[in-house]
Design a protein around this ligand. Structure first.
Ligand code: ADP
Ligand code: MG
Length: 258
């Protein structure tokens, strides 16, 4: 990545709308979301149940498409791409962490973390092994590589899920209520891990229902009825006006990350 690229948003959402149609009922899950996420940002998305948090994260993670609006990743529109191209971008650029861990039960910890790399061309067995063990090391789970998910605690499973999300060196880590199924001690451990990853340069976008955990982020976006109604940063609270303001988060230092 060149220096010029690091000065532009990694992700830009413009007037994003999402309508779900079911049994003659229209649900406006997103009603015009504008958001920039810069490289190195740690953004929390907060708001009441049903306000569109998961829908927003699914669209950013290319698991779903908006009904209207634009999504630019590295300044390129992504919503018009074919399913296979979207899958490829998802594999290369996006790491996803879910509330319910979503590990595959009949694969070992090692195999779960390896899985995203097996879909990549040109990553051989030796490199895979090196990257899997590095990822497991980052979440302190190398000693459980041969275990199965059912043999682990929830906190350990979520750490493995974080390793799986990291193994492909994605541009952005997306987490949908990653602490939602954990007790407070394990929840804090996962949040500490995310903070560490952010301090190491990772870009993170996390949905959370818990204001204690939103504080780990440097920006908190408050959604209500599918709109951003407020953004909190270290500098205070801004009320959204339905148009994009200047990016508030500091730019990453040039050359800081490869
Ligand atoms: P949150 O994650 O903030 O709880 P969601 O993004 O899951 O909210 O949902 C936003 C709204 O869209 C809710 O009213 C929800 O019922 C609706 N919704 C979400 N997914 C679907 C779907 N696949 N089909 C129909 N309605 C949906
Ligand atoms: Mg949700």
């Amino acid at each position: 990545m060149t220096k010029a690229e690091t000065n532009r948003p990694l992700i830009r959402l413009e007037g994003l709308k999402k309508v779900f149609y079911t049994d003659e009922v229209e649900t406006h899950a997103l009603a015009g979301v504008h958001l920039d996420i810069n490289q190195g940002d740690y953004v929390a998305i907060a708001g009441p149940s049903g306000c569109g948090k998961s829908t927003l994260l699914s669209i950013v993670g290319l698991l779903d498409s908006p009904t209207e609006g634009a999504y630019l990743l590295h300044e390129k529109p992504v919503q018009q791409l074919k399913a296979s191209q979207r899958a490829r971008i998802r594999n290369l650029e996006i790491g996803f962490i879910f509330q319910s861990f979503n590990l595959i039960g009949d694969l070992t910890v090692y195999e779960n973390v390896e899985l995203p790399l097996t879909y990549r061309k040109g990553v051989g067995r030796t490199e895979r092994k090196q990257r899997v063990m590095q990822s497991l090391d980052r979440v302190a789970m190398t000693h459980r590589a041969k275990h199965y998910p059912s043999q682990l605690s929830g906190g350990q499973q979520q750490r493995v899920a974080v390793a799986r999300a990291l193994v492909g060196a994605p541009s952005i880590l997306l987490a949908d209520e990653p602490t939602g199924n954990l007790d407070s001690k394990n929840g804090e451990a996962v949040m500490d891990l995310m903070r560490e990853l952010h301090q190491g340069g990772a870009t993170i976008c996390m949905v959370t229902h818990d204001p204690r955990f939103a504080r780990y982020a440097e920006r908190t976006i408050h959604l209500f009825d599918g709109r951003i109604v407020e953004e909190e940063t270290g500098n205070g609270i801004e009320t959204a006006r339905g148009e994009r303001g200047k990016p508030i988060a500091p730019e990453p230092a040039p050359g800081e990350r490869s």
